[in-house]
Design a protein around this ligand. Structure first.
Ligand code: NAD
Length: 515
């Protein structure tokens, strides 16, 4: 497709060690139309396969991933700096579980569904059909580079679409690995294509008129993509950032809540869209909680060996975001419970795990996504105050509520403007593929996982069937003499207590008036 001189190469630097570990060829922007051409050609065949045939390919993909799980985990860890345990638990496992879920449910969810037909439409049958959209463009981020690319891909494929993936340029090795996995699973040519490169490549594909865009990434890029998609009325799902609150009431299981806050805030170095980014603790237990939290956080091991708890940051620019938020908060009077001020940080990509207090609700550290190992802790007095704090940002992806009082936990959960809420645990909704996943407010548009995650990639088509025996329908022309009959028909039909006799009399009269 292109001469060797034209090819741009991206150097892959392992964030945990700073070493250059590979070079990946960037996809030239002028190849975008060729990708779409191939994808459309492949769609012609792929879309005609039975769902069971498509899931047959997913089975092969799953087996290959099971066989090569250790190798894939190492690629993810090299590319992201996350510890191996997190690669396997939080990136590979959810992908495999999603494949399993789709294999088991796609047939039922995507096949023609019968819908009840009201009595007024007597003699007809109603159905919903799910028709694949065409070419789905998936654009994915670097923090869980496997699952956030593969789950939308396999969902779109199950529905009969062909897929183009543009993985994050920050983790191109995982992008290459995904390309390789699909290729070796034997998917028909052009059904799955992977384009490598940064935002220019992403932008070129976005304006290449796909039939659907599934984007996961920052609010900033999400808004750019939505604007571009609007020009061609391309439907989108946007899975964007979060600033997730964790609310701990005084009657919570304290030790569990402390461990959960530590894991929820610092897993993957805090680079999780659903991580606990704001901790609200009821004032009566605030001091005790902070003491336990500091102890727990200080016990974690940073590193990149097999037993480490927290790995490195992945993306150098993310360090600057965390630095800026922390500097601003400290300058305005916030206090470190544990961690270091940015001027004392080392040069490498391992950031100290930082807990901070005396923060105000209007600070960046509370209002803006940190996406790093930074946990501000704020005391609250009443349930209403905690809810107002939690709802007080532009985000609404996930939240957690901690209390032993079931009624209170459910009451508070219902009042949080959030795509998901976990009670007495953190983050875990994402692990149940049967639950919908997505954000409110600036955390995004749309849902995936669950039934919704398969159906969004299809046109939902309403179908009504009539046997076609009758010459005419009662509401067709001519209208002469029909008004009083319809008046009596609808009055009897929609009355609180249905008057069947009047209904039948007028219905028959209408049928007769058709002759
Ligand atoms: P990002 O927006 O910088 O990049 C995401 C992807 O978009 C990358 O592949 C990038 O190359 C591409 N891109 C960038 N500019 C583009 C443009 N103009 N047109 C088309 N594509 C473009 O995000 P990131 O830094 O990779 O990821 C971190 C963000 O993702 C965080 O805000 C995080 O909260 C969010 N995120 C959300 C979820 C979720 O499910 N809601 C999950 C993980 C991450």
């Amino acid at each position: 497709m292109h001469s060797v001189e034209e090819v741009q190469k991206m150097s892959v630097v392992a964030p945990a060690t700073g070493e250059v570990i590979a070079e990946i060829e960037e996809t030239p922007v002028h190849e975008v139309p060729f990708f779409y051409q191939e994808a459309r050609k492949a769609f012609g065949t792929w879309s005609t396969l039975a769902i069971s045939e498509r899931t047959g390919y997913l089975r092969k993909l799953k087996q290959l991933m099971v066989d090569e799980m250790d190798e894939i985990a190492k690629i993810i860890s090299d590319d992201t700096g996350k510890v191996l345990t997190e690669s396997i638990v939080a990136d590979i496992m959810p992908t495999l579980d999603a494949i399993d879920h789709i294999i088991n449910h796609a047939e039922k969810v995507l096949s023609r569904q019968k819908v009840k037909t009201p009595l007024l439409l007597i003699g007809k049958k109603s159905f919903v059909e799910y028709m694949p959209r065409g070419v789905v463009l998936v654009i994915s981020p670097w923090n869980y580079p496997l699952q956030l690319a593969m789950v939308p891909m396999i969902s779109a494929l199950a529905g009969g679409n062909s897929v183009i993936l543009k993985p994050s340029e920050v983790t191109p090795l995982v992008g290459k690995c995904i390309e390789d996995l699909f290729q070796r699973s034997g998917f028909p040519e052009g059904t799955v294509q992977v384009a490598h490169g940064g935002k220019e490549v992403g932008a070129a594909f976005t304006s290449g008129k796909p039939d659907y865009i599934f984007f996961t990434g920052s609010v900033r890029t999400g808004k750019i993509i939505q604007q571009q998609a609007a020009k061609d009325l391309i439907p989108t799902t946007l899975e964007l950032g979060g600033k997730d609150p964790m609310i701990v009431f005084e009657d919570a299981n304290l030790d569990r809540a402390v461990k959960a806050a530590t894991w929820g805030a610092f897993t993957n170095s805090g680079q999780v869209c659903m991580s606990a980014e704001r901790l609200y603790v009821q004032r009566s237990i605030y001091g005790k909680f902070l003491e336990k939290l500091k102890k727990e956080v200080d016990s974690l091991q940073l590193g990149n060996d097999i037993d480490s708890d927290v790995g490195s940051m992945t993306f150098p620019a993310q360090k600057d975001v965390v630095r800026e938020q922390l500097d601003e908060a400290l300058k305005q009077g916030a206090k470190l419970v544990t961690g270091l001020k940015p001027s004392d940080w080392k040069e490498d990509m391992f950031l100290p795990l930082t807990v901070i207090t005396e923060v105000e609700q209007n600070m960046k550290i509370i209002q803006e996504e940190s996406f790093g190992p930074l946990l501000p802790v704020v005391p609250f007095d009443t349930e209403e105050e905690a809810i107002a704090y939690a709802n007080g940002t532009v985000y609404g992806l996930n939240a957690s509520v901690w209390t032993q009082d079931k009624a209170k936990s459910r009451r508070v959960a219902s009042k949080l403007v959030s795509g998901a809420v976990v009670i007495n645990d953190v983050l875990i909704t994402v692990a149940n593929h049967g639950l919908p996943f997505g954000g409110t407010k600036e955390s995004g548009i749309g849902r995936y996982h669950s039934e919704a995650g398969l159906r969004i990639f299809c046109h939902e088509k309403a179908i009504m069937e009539d046997m076609g025996f009758m010459k005419s329908e009662i509401q067709w022309y001519p209208y002469k003499g029909k008004y009083p009959l319809f008046l009596n028909l609808f009055k009897s039909y929609f009355a609180e207590k249905r008057d069947w006799l009047t209904f039948a009399k007028n219905y028959i009269a209408l049928l007769k008036s058709n002759k």
